[in-house]
Design a protein around this ligand. Structure first.
Ligand code: F6R
Length: 609
């Protein structure tokens, strides 16, 4: 995830504060960094691809003397990690610099408008539009310009701006991307994350959505959406640095679980154009390419494989193309039925998993077109693919994957909708309706995160069990698989998922009095069947925790515990129904006192076979 630091205050202190802040943000992951400072003579900006040390080495011989500046670490989303794509972005006159976190959803329209007005773009980023908007609308009052720009941009953003004509201030503005103001003695700060400024101040306030702050060394004035001045409440931070990197969450896993709604929105929203169609900008597949495909292979490992199994269900339902989902470590040693009429979809959070990369190469050798879904721009898998869909989840630090999974599902929905439209298995009306529902699903997830007491209580009840079963049918069976994987990874409890209809063919022998069984049933056409399966295990003494649609009274009544999922279209249930499973796994691990973020025997990126 990108990081921002801004400073105004003491003579020649800007560089020191910004570099130390950026260093504190390194843990979040980044691929380039940059700084802009208002020096006596001019605005000076330097930015480099790679580690922060590259920028620091450069500045050690080229110190920037100034008391106002901004800095940024970038995690690539729009465009590869390059010097040009790094922030800050500056205008042609070299008097305005901006840094931006988030995604400007309407950047394509804005870019077109700016090009028509003579602006020449140097980067592939969405952020560059911001600096040109400030340039175009600047009326010698940076605040007024910020009000105007706020009206024009849509999306998630934390933006900080400096202007060489305004040597004593910077402007900060936010919408759905965090930005914290730090108050000091004759100096003030801004940062995307408290960690970056904790060394200098513990007195902070949080900017709210739509707010704009004018920050000078001895004043901070904040304006709301209606341009009215607002009094900000100050908070004194008593967190340790370690707590601060987790934004107050006890573990990265919990933080990442809570980031899912905004990461889904980021992955989704900026790819929807004005007419409500999904624009897959990095995917060059044409309608005739798609017509050629008679089958699709999805290949991945672990959680990414589980996302692929749900992806199979989504693609088959919406586009009616046959999909096979394979584990990469198996696929690579098979002679799979892949040829030039096959689309191979490779799924990998890190983009570096060795088995998945080998599977990609095998499919490519066999003539298949490769579309990858990955979270890391310019990763090996991204580079070797014909087309890439980047999930914009930001870096995932906890070993147990959560937000990567739900953004991978979002990618599958978007790809499947476009395949369905091109394949004429979806009418334009249904297509648009599904997009609307998909967008609303992120809000549903956000609401579900507001109360997690039920999951906490269930975790407490099952934490000492020696084995836990997960049941589901069809797509719920795939979600159940991911829930079981989460639990076993971080709680070390033997957890396994079973296709509910298979129980009677063997696994039911394992059920004893009190065995916890988590039964997932979100699909209306399968509820009756699931109720029968639940009765089977209950009759053998199982303790059944149901997860299902809030309206399914019969299902609810037969389970000893029940977690309600809001009543949304069955198609989008997988995107929200996994959440209780993630939370139960998290709370069990935490209650047992385990190192949730770094479970034993596991690594975040498996680059060996
Ligand atoms: C589970 C988990 C792993 C990864 C797997 C693939 O929580 O994180 O199962 O999903 O190692 O990794 P990527 O997606 O990086 O290829």
């Amino acid at each position: 995830m990108c990081g921002i630091v801004g400073y105004v205050g003491r003579a020649n202190k800007a560089q020191e504060v910004i570099l130390s802040g950026l260093e504190r943000l390194e843990y979040r992951g980044y691929d380039s960094s940059g700084i802009a400072v208002l020096t006596n003579s001019k605005l000076e900006c330097h930015k480099f691809k790679g580690k922060l040390s590259v920028l620091k080495d450069f500045l050690s011989n080229n110190t920037l003397n100034g008391n106002v500046g901004i800095g940024h670490t970038r995690w690539a989303t729009h465009g590869n990690p390059t010097n040009e794509n790094a922030h800050p972005h500056i205008n042609e006159k070299n008097n305005i610099a901006i840094v931006h976190n988030g995604i400007i959803e309407n950047y394509l329209e804005l870019k077109q408008m700016l090009i028509e007005n003579g602006y020449v773009f140097k980067s592939e980023t969405d952020s560059e539009v911001i600096v040109y908007l400030f340039d175009m609308y600047y009326d010698e009052n940076l605040l007024n310009t910020a009000f105007k720009v706020r009206e024009l941009i849509r999306g998630t953003y934390a933006i900080v701006i400096i202007h060489n004509d305004q040597k004593e201030e910077f402007i900060a503005m936010r919408n759905e991307a965090p930005l914290v103001i730090g108050y000091g003695e004759k100096e003030n700060f801004v940062a995307s994350d408290i960690t970056a400024i904790l060394e200098y101040t513990k007195d902070i306030s949080f900017l709210d959505n739509g707010e704009i702050a004018v920050v000078k060394k001895d004043s901070v004035v904040v304006y709301d959406k209606n341009k009215n001045m607002v009094e900000k409440e100050h908070t004194t931070i008593n967190w340790s640095l370690e707590q601060a990197t987790k934004c107050g969450y006890k573990h990265f896993m919990l933080k990442e679980i809570h980031e899912q709604p905004s990461d889904i929105r980021d992955t989704l929203n900026s790819r929807i154009d004005k007419s409500g169609l999904i624009k897959l900008d990095d995917i060059k597949l044409t309608e005739s390419d798609i017509k050629k495909f008679n089958k699709i292979y999805i290949v991945a490992c672990g959680t990414a494989f589980n996302a692929g199994c749900v992806g199979k269900y989504i693609i088959e339902k919406l586009s009616k193309i046959h999909v096979t989902c394979e584990i990469a470590s198996e696929f690579r040693y098979q002679d799979p039925f892949v040829d030039e009429n096959t689309l191979t979809i490779i799924v990998s959070q890190s983009g570096e998993t060795a088995d998945t990369l080998s599977a990609l190469r095998l499919a490519k050798r066999k003539g298949s077109r490769i579309l990858s879904i990955t979270n890391v721009v310019d990763s090996s898998i991204a580079r070797e693919s014909d087309d890439v869909f980047y999930t914009w989840a930001g870096p995932e630090i906890a070993v147990a994957s959560t937000k990567a999974y739900t953004t991978q599902l979002t990618a599958f929905y978007m790809i499947a909708l476009n395949l369905g439209l091109y394949n004429k298995t979806l009418s334009i009306n249904d297509y648009k309706q599904y997009i609307k529902l998909l967008m609303q699903t992120a809000d549903v997830l956000q609401n579900m995160l507001e109360n997690t007491d039920e999951e906490k209580q269930i975790a407490n009840e099952i934490k000492d069990s020696t084995s836990i079963f997960y049941l589901g049918r069809l797509v719920d069976g795939q979600t159940a698989k991911e829930m079981a994987l989460k639990l076993k990874e971080i709680s070390y409890i033997f957890a396994e998922s079973f296709v509910a209809g298979e129980l009677k063919h063997g696994p039911i022998a394992l059920i004893e009095k009190g065995t916890p069984v988590i039964a997932l049933s979100t699909q209306k056409n399968m509820v009756e069947k699931m109720i029968s399966n639940i009765q089977e295990v209950k009759a053998r003494g199982a303790y059944v925790i149901g997860i299902g649609n809030e309206h399914d009274k019969a299902l609810q009544d037969i389970c000893q515990k029940f977690i309600k999922i809001p009543n949304i279209d069955d198609l989008f249930m997988p995107l929200v129904s996994v959440l209780p499973g993630q939370l139960i796994a998290y709370y069990v691990s935490d209650l047992k006192g385990y190192d949730v973020d770094k479970p034993r025997n596991l690594a975040k990126s498996v680059t060996v076979e």
